[in-house]
Ligand binder design. Structure first.
Ligand code: DP6
Length: 336
């Protein structure tokens, strides 16, 4: 049977998805907007076997070899494979292998890139050429909402059904291609282990925060402001909104019941250093997902200065220098 291998990047949200009306299939409470990355990506090889059998799910282990994926991860993948078989009206099983360009121990979310790569590789293995809209929709149904943005390159918006003008769009679309603006993302790793509270749990608790409704009211205007600054490449205007938006999400998390504190002391150290960079005339703005690591956005001319300052801070394990990318692609280097 022919194999398909897809490399799919991760993405960093400027306006973040937080809270879902349907958690299992990631129907968001709010529209979000992200930049697709390039250095942080997942590679997934999928083979469809058209006879009865169990899905075989392997991943790249810490010793460098392919090994049977751990139960919790394998279960999520298995459910998505069944969902895709069902959707396609196919039978049989899949052989799957997956790896990340960034170490799993770096504490970076790999589910956006992972479920985007897996979904696209399954579609390839089934010989199904689908629209970006359908790819995005299917990736979303994995339960990793951010995966719905990773099927596209450049700058990507994922509307919330309820907020979309036609009431129907819940798939992501490209706002600008990567060539629109060469932005960089210096990822500052301060947490190398798995986070204590998953995004899934964060989404579940979001409504318990007294600030959640206020956040939902503010978001459409904030999204429009980011869209506008992005369109005219006004970095400082956009960066200020993006940084405030990340802090807003963390305020909601910290005031949920029970509260979720994703930040570590080193997160604040990095945020302070980013403000210091700005005072010194270097334009850099921070954003944080549901974790302690800080994504520092900057323009190419400032990247070295940003990396030099942040790489040496106490509590910083390492940096990953990333930037805007063009989205997933098929590749001949199969994992098995
Ligand atoms: C804070 O449910 O997509 O990153 O599957 O763990 O990646 P994972 O999370 P998901 O929620 C993403 C939450 C966020 C914001 C965002 O990326 O929009």
């Amino acid at each position: 049977m022919p194999k398909t291998t897809i490399v799919s990047p991760s993405n960093i949200a400027f306006i973040k998805y937080w809270g879902a009306t349907d958690l299992a299939s990631a129907v968001p409470e709010n529209a979000s907007l992200s930049m697709t990355l390039r250095a942080c990506h997942s590679r997934s090889t999928v083979e469809h076997v058209d006879r009865s059998g169990e899905h075989e799910i392997r991943w790249r282990g810490t010793d460098g070899g392919l090994e049977t994926a751990p139960p919790a991860f394998a279960q999520r993948v298995r459910e998505h494979l069944d969902r895709l078989l069902d959707w396609a009206g196919e039978s049989g099983f899949f052989r799957v292998a997956t790896e990340n360009s960034f170490p799993a121990a770096a504490g970076l979310a790999s589910s956006a890139s992972g479920f985007s790569a897996l979904t696209l590789a399954v579609l390839g293995a089934l010989g199904r050429a689908e629209s970006h809209a359908m790819q995005s929709e299917l990736a979303r149904r994995s339960g990793s909402g951010s995966a719905s943005r990773s099927v596209l390159g450049g700058y990507v918006q994922w509307p919330a059904k309820a907020l979309a003008p036609d009431g129907a769009k819940d798939y992501a679309f490209q706002v600008h291609p990567a060539e629109h603006w060469d932005l960089r993302n210096v990822v500052v790793i301060v947490e190398t282990g798995a986070k204590e509270t998953s995004s899934l749990e964060g989404h579940r608790r979001a409504r318990t925060s007294p600030y959640f409704e206020r956040r939902l009211r503010d978001l459409p205007g904030r999204l429009e402001a980011v869209r506008d600054a992005l369109a005219c490449r006004d970095f400082d205007r956009m960066g200020a909104i993006v940084e405030a938006e990340a802090v807003d999400l963390h305020c909601v998390a910290m005031t949920s019941a029970p509260p979720i504190y994703y930040w570590k002391p080193a997160t604040l150290t990095v945020l302070e250093a980013v403000r210091g960079l700005r005072s010194a005339g270097v334009s850099a703005w921070a954003t944080m997902d549901a974790g302690a690591n800080v994504h520092v956005l900057c323009q190419p001319d400032d990247e070295d200065a940003v990396a030099a300052t942040l790489g040496g801070l106490p509590g910083v394990d390492r940096l990953i220098r990333d930037g805007v990318g063009s989205g997933p692609f098929a590749d001949d280097a199969h994992l098995f």
